[in-house]
Design a protein around this ligand. Structure first.
Ligand code: NAD
Length: 486
């Protein structure tokens, strides 16, 4: 189904309505405007927070697990009923390769709402502590898990449905109400979820509010609002710092999913061809716009040139182009700004003394759209800025190591700690490396960690807290201890 240009609405207090103005949403593959999105102003945001506050304070939503489970299942069914429309929107607005919409770009996160519903259904909301008489008073003690209140969910553009639904699912399952502030680059994806909630579900007015805006200050306003109890933020580490600082004014909990510069380590007993090719293709997916992609390939020094060649060869074979074509693996970058930023890093790689083994700029023949050809950077050490900073494009930096300990040192020599990979045959050596890597997820010999029940998040400046899994659900729960005299 083709994505038709249209205008989108905000969802505030159960109503689909316009904002203070509108702003265009752009197809990054064609550079054409797809339509106009509602541009929320300060008053719209204020209304959204007020609605979420009322829905939390004045209704039984936060105590009615059965209603929440019903609504989550209903939302999943409703999104599934419109999956082809959502798919077209996602391809057009995000530039997501269409094959990805059958997985993490769309279908995966829609299906994962069932996991959130099951968690709420089977969760131990009340747990008894053992018999005790603290200070000599016989007391029955119960640990009760309760929702925080109003959640500010702020998301970036790269996997909008994954990001928006991985916050909405557990936040709602836990009993919170939500103001979802979507990225300025992908308002349509969020607005469609808002529309479907309003038109096809029993989710009560004010429980979910969807706000789109061209202005980042709307996000800042949301973080500072004293009526918000928890900020669940995904985005860059720089913005994460600003969010953390702004939230301190009202001492609200922040839960941060931030940037990464993850390493894929190839030990000297591993199948280098497989590992290097997989790393290269992995970074080219969705034009490298994945926070957890392993953008540094760390290989034995004695086989460095071979690894560069294998990676360049694999990248050169990646199909780049129209994201609506099922053969495409690497679509466009999200915007001209992001394309220019990535190009700046490729220029920097050369200025730093590196060489580009493939790619290096717009792919030949693709003059329209924000494309960069998958690129392998060689000849640099981990001190180079292109090896340290998050590029968020289809760029793999190949680095040399001098043994297992050196590989660990290089991988950990980063302010980030989001993800990583290890390739090796000897299980003891692999385990030695895994136990020393300071990252939130690690793939061993191609294992996949992405799953609704698997906690995802970062060490160090890649974030605070976990999304998905039971740990992700519990981020949205407060702890109340009730002590009853016996
Ligand atoms: P960004 O930080 O610029 O923006 C993210 C969101 O924050 C947007 O909605 C934006 O409008 C909002 N925002 C901007 N300034 C704000 C402020 N001062 N206060 C509150 N909100 C504000 O990120 P981006 O460039 O849109 O996205 C790419 C980044 O996201 C990359 O760094 C990537 O690694 C990261 N990311 C992380 C994860 C993860 O789970 N760890 C997942 C996806 C993307």
């Amino acid at each position: 189904m083709a994505a038709r240009p249209r205008s989108t609405a905000l969802l505030i207090d159960g109503d689909l309505r316009g904002g203070a103005g509108t702003f265009p949403t752009i197809n990054p593959a064609t550079e054409d405007a797809l339509g106009q999105a509602a541009d929320a102003g300060a008053q719209d945001l204020d209304d959204a927070v007020a609605a979420a506050r009322r829905a939390f304070d004045d209704t039984e939503w936060c105590r009615d697990v059965e209603l929440r489970v019903h609504c989550l299942r209903q939302l999943r069914t409703a999104l599934a009923a419109e999956i082809d429309t959502l798919r077209a929107v996602t391809v057009a607005e995000v530039g997501a390769p269409i094959t990805g919409t059958y997985g993490p770009h769309l279908q995966g996160p829609v299906d994962d709402l069932e996991y959130a519903a099951e968690l709420a259904e089977g969760y131990g909301w009340r747990q008894r502590l053992g018999a005790a008489a603290p200070l000599g008073v016989p007391t029955r003690r119960t640990v009760v898990r309760e929702p925080y209140g109003v959640v500010a969910a702020i998301t970036p553009w790269n996997f909008p449905h994954q990001l928006n639904l991985a916050k909405l699912g557990p936040a709602l399952a836990a009993g919170n109400t939500v103001v979802l502030k979507a990225a300025p680059e992908t308002p349509w994806c969020a607005a469609e979820v808002g529309r479907i909630i309003a038109e096809r579900t029993d989710i009560p007015a004010g429980v979910v509010n969807v706000v789109t805006s061209a202005d980042h200050r709307i996000g800042a306003q949301l973080v500072e609002d004293p009526r918000v109890d928890l900020v669940s933020f995904t985005g860059s580490t720089a913005t994460g710092r600003a969010v953390m600082a702004a939230a301190s004014g009202t001492v609200k909990k922040v839960f941060l999913e931030l940037g990464g510069k993850s390493a894929s380590i190839v030990l000297d007993d591993a199948d280098l061809s497989r590992a290097a090719a997989a790393a290269a293709v992995g970074v080219a997916r969705h034009a490298g716009q994945g926070c957890a992609f392993t953008t540094r390939l760390v290989v034995p020094r004695s086989r460095y040139d071979e690894a560069v060649e294998i990676a360049a060869d694999a990248m050169a074979r990646v199909v780049v182009g129209d994201p609506a074509d099922p053969a495409t693996m690497c679509g466009p970058l999200i915007s001209a700004r992001q394309r220019d930023r990535v190009q700046g890093y490729l220029d920097l790689a050369i200025a730093e003394g590196g060489r580009l083994a493939c790619g290096g700029g717009p792919p030949p023949g693709l003059t329209t759209g924000y494309y960069i050809a998958p690129t392998v950077v060689a000849g640099l050490t981990n001190d180079a800025r292109v090896a340290r900073e998050e590029i968020f494009g289809p760029v793999l930096v190949v680095l040399a190591h001098d043994g297992d300990a050196d590989a660990v040192r290089i991988a950990n020599d980063s302010s980030y700690g989001l993800s990583g990979a290890v390739h090796g045959i000897d299980p003891q050596r692999v385990a030695w490396v895994v136990s020393r890597l300071r990252t939130g997820t690690i793939s061993v010999n191609g294992g996949v960690w992405y799953s609704a029940d698997a906690p995802f998040g970062g060490y160090k400046q890649s974030g605070l807290g976990r999304e998905m899994g039971v740990a992700g659900f519990e981020e949205y729960l407060e702890i109340k201890l009730v002590a009853e005299a016996e």
